[in-house]
Write a protein that binds this ligand. Structure first.
Ligand code: SAM
Length: 290
């Protein structure tokens, strides 16, 4: 394991906990004690974490309202050879958090940007959802206005990958209403709340079931949320069903006569026996033709 005892000048993008204070890596803690300057969204909030770690860097506030104005100053620090950390209030900076203009400017100016990875609510939530995680899309926060939110969901209704959203307690109920209306009551939904904190809860069910649980229990509307929506599945997607049928047909055709393969496909996939038969024959026949 390498240590960072003589930390080189760079911008270190450091992940911090999303709840449980022990969820910080040893490397992140070490770097935060060694940097000269730490850019934080809210200096008072981050001071608590830094004190907990025994770190005393100079604090500079970098939040969504001033981050562009701070860029020249931070570039000048890097120019002087200072070690600068970027943290956000929670989790990984730039993930629905400030930092993108700064990171871009620092890379464009030719200085080093180094990741110090750790927690993010998106990966923590996906790791326990029980939904497919081989392919997923992160949409961050949906628009605050109902019309725009519904429109965004409408654009995502046919997305087959697991969809991940962030939501706050202010809008969780309205967001769930829109999800049921636009995505459908039966869409699989997982709602992860207050991860790694005292009242951590993960609700799983259909969109309508999860909405109902949240509507009935005011406690379930408190805190911070990650919403994960099962992708538009094969039952909703004729093309996906067709693809599975094609794969199965390619497997069955060499193994049995066309009539039998067609009958098996009707049983497993549905459709008309005659159509399957013609497609098998077009594919080059089956074992019985050879
Ligand atoms: N940068 C952070 C990250 O890496 O996850 C996200 C910051 S974003 C401003 C805050 C949102 O993240 C919250 O509104 C919520 O959707 C999600 N979030 C953060 N902490 C969470 C937690 N402990 N449990 C569930 N969701 C959380």
């Amino acid at each position: 394991m390498t240590t960072d005892s003589s930390l080189p000048a760079a911008l270190y993008v450091v992940a911090t906990p999303i709840g449980h204070l022990d969820d910080i890596t040893r490397r992140a803690a070490q770097i935060l004690t060694e940097v000269d300057v730490c850019c934080c969204e809210d200096t008072r909030h981050s001071k608590r974490l830094l004190e907990h770690l025994g770190a005393r860097p100079k604090l500079v506030s970098v939040h969504e309202h001033n981050e562009r104005e701070r860029i020249d100053f931070i570039l000048s620090l890097l120019e002087q050879g200072q070690r600068v950390a970027l943290i956000s209030d929670a989790g990984t900076p730039l993930i629905s958090d400030p930092g993108f203009p700064l990171v871009r400017a620092v890379t464009q100016a030719g200085f080093d940007v180094r990741p110090v990875p750790g927690v993010s609510a998106v990966t923590a939530a996906l790791s326990v959802a029980g939904l497919p995680t081989d392919r997923w899309v992160f949409e961050g926060f949906l628009p605050a206005k109902t019309g725009q939110r519904q429109q965004r969901l409408q654009q995502l209704v046919n997305e087959t990958r697991t969809l991940v959203l962030y939501e706050s307690s202010h809008r969780i109920e309205r967001c769930l209403d829109d999800l049921v209306d636009v995505m459908g009551a039966d869409r699989p939904l997982v709602l992860a709340r207050e991860l790694t904190k005292q009242f951590e809860t993960v609700l799983r069910g259909t969109a309508a079931e999860v909405r109902e649980l949240v509507a009935q229990d005011a406690d379930q509307r408190k805190g911070e949320f990650v919403l994960m929506i099962g992708g538009a599945n094969s039952a909703d997607q004729p093309s996906q069903t067709q693809l599975d049928g094609d794969q199965l047909m390619a497997v069955l055709a060499p193994l049995m006569p066309p009539k039998q393969a067609a009958a098996t496909l009707v049983e497993l996939i549905g459709g008309r026996k005659k159509d399957w038969y013609e497609r098998i024959v077009a594919l080059g026949g089956s074992s019985a033709d050879r």
